[in-house]
Design a protein around this ligand. Structure first.
Ligand SMILES: Cc1cc2nc3c(=O)[nH]c(=O)nc-3n(C[C@H](O)[C@H](O)[C@H](O)COP(=O)(O)OP(=O)(O)OC[C@H]3O[C@@H](n4cnc5c(N)ncnc54)[C@H](O)[C@@H]3O)c2cc1C
Length: 392
């Protein structure tokens, strides 16, 4: 049976970008995705590319590389990903502190500007200025994530990547002296041998890692949102709160004292939060969200009608005309790490086992990190990739 150089588990934007970049390095790649139609976070993403938001030399460099990569990615992949630059409007409630909200972005590569509620409404006519104490704005990248996943996957297949639709149940490992050695994966009782296996399974990465006894600081939120069918143009901008509560939720729920909760279902380290926002894609599809919760069971029961009502109520405050728009409630898992940097690289103690997940600012970072990671494993060590090592 054929032995692959790499098996990539997960066909969201992380897995497809990685498969494509590994194949560009001349490696034999098998990509395994469990669902025919995407169901992970890439399927329900707003598509925002915050190339301007880097706050360290590392994230600023990746932000700049990301913008350059996206500008030509449709041509490179020979498929349209609808990359554009639009206005991001970040809302600050009437009772909010505008100066403090702006200060939180002061160290970004291109900090957003403070604007009045009146100017915010000029940028986004759907906004209710009476609900705002102010807003922040900047130019923001945007892609259609589903088209981008499809474009990467097709380009990967053109380069010889094999794709199968199946759920990976078992990662095959052999015990050696000191390290444990990856042999491949088993799917539906068929072995697929490989020298390397990389887990790009989004919110399920933690589950897959723990299935082979690996405990890494990688976590997930349950996201809830509303999606509409394509409709007439209504939203011009991407709308988000300036103080994104999800960031605090991730920081607090991944504190070391909560670590043991994440290894069993039935816990919720921190209460859920709601960040009201929305985006309309080029084809008219609208996404409105977003609830994030830290239930530790990936299959936890969520109440669709409660979630939908909460989102509609919050959207009604800032974007009143969209409160009752016809749409369908959806859920998915979103991975995150403890320190806002992704876990990318070899799992300590496991020869041939790697991880590529837990991205904050994922759509910005994934394309340049996938490209660099592939060159790092195929050619020369990349110090930037070393900084993302899971054992850091
Ligand atoms: C409402 C919402 C809005 C968002 N907006 C933005 C935004 O504007 N900008 C931004 O940067 N990010 C945004 N995100 C986050 C971002 O979209 C995700 O973090 C990113 O798409 C994750 O990609 P991924 O490939 O790592 O994971 P996923 O897209 O979740 O893909 C993982 C894949 O692995 C597969 N898988 C899992 N286990 C197995 C297995 N055992 N066998 C086979 N396959 C398996 C799953 O089926 C899934 O398709 C948003 C997320 C949500 C929910």
């Amino acid at each position: 049976m054929k032995t692959y150089d790499w098996i990539v588990i997960g066909g969201g934007i992380g897995g497809v970008a990685l498969s494509y970049e590994l194949a560009r390095q001349g490696l034999q790649v098998l990509l395994i995705e469990q669902s025919v139609n995407l169901t992970g976070a890439s399927r329900f993403s707003y598509g925002g590319v915050a190339y301007w938001a880097g706050t360290t030399p590392l994230t600023r460099q990746l932000g700049a590389e990301s913008f350059t990569k996206y500008e030509q990615l449709s041509d490179e992949l020979e498929s349209e990903i609808q990359f554009r630059v639009l206005d991001l409007v970040m809302t600050i409630p009437v009772e909010g502190d505008v100066t403090q909200a702006a200060h939180a972005y002061a160290h970004c590569a291109a900090p957003p500007s403070v604007i009045s509620p009146v100017i915010a409404k000029e940028l986004e006519p759907q906004l209710n200025p009476d609900a705002l104490g102010g807003a922040l704005t900047c130019r923001h990248g945007h892609i259609e994530p589903m088209l981008t996943v499809e474009a990467y996957r097709r380009a990967a297949e053109t380069l010889g990547v094999e794709v199968i639709v199946a759920k990976v149940e078992t990662i095959k490992i052999q015990d050696g002296l000191g390290d444990r050695y990856i042999q491949g994966v088993n799917v539906h009782q068929v072995d697929y041998p490989s020298r390397n296996v990389i887990i790009a399974a989004g919110g399920l990465s933690r589950w897959l890692l723990s299935s082979v006894g690996v405990n890494l600081p990688i976590y997930f939120t349950h996201a809830e949102l509303i999606e509409t069918a394509p409709m007439d143009p209504c939203l011009r901008t991407l709308v988000l709160p300036a103080q994104i509560q999800r960031v605090g939720l991730e920081t607090l729920s991944s504190r070391p004292e909560f670590e043991h909760f994440w290894d069993q279902p039935g816990h919720e380290p921190m209460p859920s939060i709601l960040d009201p926002g929305g985006i309309q894609f080029c084809n008219g599809r609208l996404l409105l969200g977003q609830i994030s919760s830290t239930l530790t069971d990936p299959q936890a029961n969520l109440n669709p009608s409660t979630g939908e009502m909460a989102i509609r109520t919050a959207i009604g405050e800032i974007l009143p005309a969209l409160k009752d728009v016809a749409g369908t409630w959806h859920r998915c898992l979103v991975a995150f790490s403890r320190d806002q940097l992704p876990l990318v690289g070899k799992v300590p103690g496991y020869e041939g086992l790697h991880v590529f997940s837990g991205f904050s600012n994922p759509l910005t970072l994934i394309p340049p990190v996938a490209q660099r990671f592939a060159a790092h494993v195929a050619r020369t060590t990349d110090d930037l990739i070393v900084q993302l090592h899971p054992g850091r």
